[in-house]
Design a protein around this ligand. Sequence first.
Ligand code: FE
Ligand code: FE
Ligand code: ZN
Length: 284
Amino acid sequence: MGELIIGCHLSTANGYAAMADDAVSIGATTFAFFTRNPRGGNARELDAQDLAAFLATLSEHRIGPLVAHAPYTYNLCSAKPETVEFARRAMREDLERMELMPGHLYNFHPGAHVKQGADEGIRLICEGLNDVLEPGQATTVLLETMAGKGTEVGRSFEELARIIDGVKHDELLGVCLDTCHVADAGYDIVGDLDGVLDEFDRVVGLERLRALHLNDSKNPLGSHKDRHERIGEGTLGLETFRAVVTNPRLAGLPMVLETPQTGLDGWAAEIALLRTLAAREAES
Ligand code: FE
Ligand code: FE
Ligand code: ZN
């Protein structure tokens, strides 16, 4: 198996070039970042020089594909039309900006239907994506698997499949599987990772799986809580992550840590840990 493509969520606070330098400093070969302030304000204009330095670092260190993350505040299936309109406009702007760094991935939370029901939620998400996606765009948009907290849509592979089915340009869509979220949603990746991947393949199709979020969980299977834990310190445990990073069906996918850490050192250590887990298997 090839090298793991692994990294973590990084901050754009000091610019894009500095973010790519951070990735290099912790041994990351992919990473995630918010496409704008997570509270959903205006996106800063990209500085051409900063962008050029960013792209040069990515190519020099063979980093990517990146998995950009839409702010949590976007909700394509809100009951409030102005919230839906904001989410559509912001996603359109994010994707326009991502055309300046072609070939990466853009992950978003499908939404929360706020008691309108999952059917109406799915209908609105499809309508939003049909409005936002531009045929020929250079970014693949990923639906994230959700824990099923509150009225979250995307809590089951069936819901994700229904969204994909309702989108005209579905060639622009993929899925990002979050290990904490799927376990919290009730998929037993601890006991039977391959069975869960079989199920994903049957319902969605494994070719749709384009990225992973690696998080341990503070809560038991099926809890619908969505509280991330550091790798090996939660209910998923180290052996689950060894199984993930050595699974041939997941080889070559970018894997992004979203674990609670206080600084880059913690992520550097986790990246090294996962590389060790992957390498041990290769030797035996
Ligand atoms: Fe997420
Ligand atoms: Fe996630
Ligand atoms: Zn989460």
